[in-house]
Design a protein around this ligand. Sequence first.
Ligand SMILES: Nc1ncnc2c1ncn2[C@@H]1O[C@H](COP(=O)(O)OP(=O)(O)O)[C@@H](O)[C@H]1O
Ligand SMILES: [Mg+2]
Length: 238
Amino acid sequence: MLEINGLHRGFGTGANRVEVLKGIDLEMKKGELVALMGPSGCGKSTLLNIIGGLLAAEKGNIRLEERDYGLKGPSAVVDVRRHKVGWIFQDFHLLEHLSALDNVTMALEISGMPSSEAEKKAKKALVRVGLGDRMTHIPEQLSGGQQQRVAIARAIAGERPLLLADEPTGNLDISTGKDVLQIFKDLCHTEDDPISILMVTHDPELASKADRMLLLKDGKTAASDIRSAWGLEEGEEE
Ligand SMILES: Nc1ncnc2c1ncn2[C@@H]1O[C@H](COP(=O)(O)OP(=O)(O)O)[C@@H](O)[C@H]1O
Ligand SMILES: [Mg+2]
């Protein structure tokens, strides 16, 4: 469903130039949960931003369900952001005065859906992440894990085929992080309209529970196993 070929992106000019992505090749299948690891500053968020249509690459191509882009600037990929890709962030990004239901409904309304349909889809998504009995709660009445589940509901409510999660468990304790990963697995490994998830994480144990691990290092991605992922963590702590 996703195919990336030879993607390059750097920042700055002249002596201040840094090459960040130096030829990324990556493929994902429908229903796949892929963990992306790599040292801080190696370009994980940059890669997600390009896939999500927030940033243009300088070379290479992205094909996401028949849509080709990669070199196009944000204004030329509005359709990718609206219909193809959902986002989950470390710090949830919920609106604090709105209920769980309104947070999810509003995101759908912004993308152009009529209110009644938006509310119906929002309710369905909240039930799917196990928050059917918390819909009228505002964020501060919810635990961190529940807030992240609202954010997941918001990301899946629009029925987008690819979900990008940038360190989604970074603000959660270990057991809540595992719950989030289980929700991701359920969303990917269902018969009924599976989605694909690309998840950045620093936690090798969570990463090892994904279908596949990728390591982004020196501007390129490579398949990784649990052993090298742990090695990476040790290297970071030195
Ligand atoms: N808008 C930008 N302008 C200049 N440099 C940037 C910009 N965005 C990212 N970078 C640089 O690109 C590198 C990769 O950043 P990032 O993708 O955020 O890494 P990661 O998410 O893996 O920690 C870093 O050196 C960062 O400073
Ligand atoms: Mg990052």
